[in-house]
Design a binder for this molecule. Structure first.
Ligand SMILES: Cc1ncc(COP(=O)(O)O)c(C=O)c1O
Length: 393
């Protein structure tokens, strides 16, 4: 199956779906119970157990989870929330959803995560939360963010959408924050097609999120149907429909049972890329701290300073012309047009994130990519890089 979001013959990403997942989804379809049922409960239990959290609340996407986490923490207009300049847009969009102001922090050039010292410098009286992201699944610096969050008594919302299954010093990703949010889009370590999961040990936050995801009904509401005098039409607060269907949850259960196998396969792919590219002095490989267990969301390399953003774009276009998927993860969030318009950010405001984002290339990364395909990707990448260096000389 090579059809995931792409016509590339080596796609950028691809889910790993076996007969076990197909059976689980088909059984659910045959069960007649398609929303709010046993598969969602099971999926939530599997995630809570794996991360070591009291509560797991399934939602329709990682973005929905981040939105609810901020609402459950009571964040709103007039508040500031610290978040990375270098991440996926949802890490900051969720702050706009609740009417608060994002305060962006530049990234560390090695981990690509927020620099903890900068986080501390940007805390003001208006700061009401810190969103910490394990960028590309790398937990480097999260322990320091957790310490800052304790020191200032500010809740840490862990946007761990890219890090399921990873850990540092035996602390699993998803346990650093007061609330954590995972995402299950098809390029993630496990997928539900679309989906997300909020994890927390805080009973009140979990209750709030359960209510908010289900149209503001009481957290204990069951699907008793309209007209029966039950709680189905008793909305306690303004809520959303952010539920995760039984079909999605069934897929999630089957994927969770294969999580270790999927991570092992991703580690094989990452190790193969590292072995193949480590001798190239114009390529900066991901920096992983000792005592870190990476579950590998993506494999993103960076070109050396000899290459410009235009060079990088030419290389990505060249890879795609050769049927190799590649992407420029991520443009700095504050420089996205709507953030520039609303807050007046301009090029130069986040120099490290900008310099990094000009030179990143995400390479094809999925559990079933073969060593031959990895070699082909690397050969094509190096050919494109040589062409640029040659054209310049
Ligand atoms: C860091 C980060 N946060 C949030 C999200 C949003 O997740 P979703 O696409 O499930 O809404 C993603 C998705 O890729 C992400 O990478």
């Amino acid at each position: 199956m090579r059809s995931y979001n792409s016509t590339d013959s080596i796609p950028l990403a691809q889910p790993d779906i076996t007969e076990a997942e197909v059976r689980c989804v088909v059984d659910t379809l045959r069960s007649g119970r398609l929303s709010i049922g046993p598969r969602l409960e099971e999926f939530e239990r599997l995630i809570a157990l794996r991360i070591g959290r009291q509560h797991a609340v399934g939602v329709s996407s990682g973005t929905a989870g981040l939105h609810l986490a901020l609402l459950a923490l009571g964040i709103g207009e007039g508040d500031e929330v610290i978040t990375p300049a270098f991440s996926f847009a949802a890490s900051a969009n969720c702050i706009l959803y609740v009417g608060a102001k994002p305060v962006f922090i530049d990234c560390d050039p090695r981990s690509l995560n927020m620099r903890p010292n900068d986080v501390e410098k940007h805390i003001t009286e208006k700061t009401k939360a810190i969103i910490g992201v394990e960028v590309f699944g790398n937990p480097m610096g999260m322990d320091r963010l957790a310490a800052i969050s304790s020191k200032y008594e500010l809740p840490l919302v862990e946007d761990c959408c890219e890090g399921l299954g990873g850990r540092h010093n035996d602390e699993p990703i998803g346990r650093y924050g007061r609330v954590g949010v995972f995402g299950f889009y098809p390029n993630k370590q496990i997928t539900t097609g679309e989906g997300g999961m909020i994890v927390t040990d805080d009973d009140r936050i979990a209750q709030r999120c359960r209510s908010l995801r289900n149209q503001g009904r009481s957290a204990s509401t069951t699907q008793d149907g309209p007209g029966l005098g039950g709680s189905w039409l008793a909305h306690e607060r303004l809520g959303y429909n952010y539920r995760l269907s039984e079909i999605h949850a069934a897929l999630g259960c089957a994927q969770m049972r294969r999580l270790d196998e999927l991570i092992e396969a991703r580690q094989r792919v990452a190790a193969a890329y590292t072995r193949r590219l480590m001798g190239n002095t114009d390529i900066i490989l991901p920096t992983i701290e000792p005592d870190t267990f990476m579950s590998w969301f993506v494999y993103v390399i960076r070109l050396s300073d000899r290459f410009t953003a235009d060079d990088r774009n030419t290389i990505i276009e060249g890879l795609r012309r050769h049927d190799v998927g590649a992407a420029d993860y991520f443009p700095p969030i504050p420089l996205l047009p709507y953030f520039q318009q609303q807050f007046g950010y301009k090029p130069g405001d986040f120099p490290i994130a900008e310099s990094v984002s000009h030179r990143t290339i995400a390479l094809p990364f999925f559990s079933t990519i073969t060593d031959r395909e990895i070699d082909l990707v690397c050969q094509t990448l190096e050919l494109m890089m040589t062409r640029i260096a040659f054209a310049r000389s």
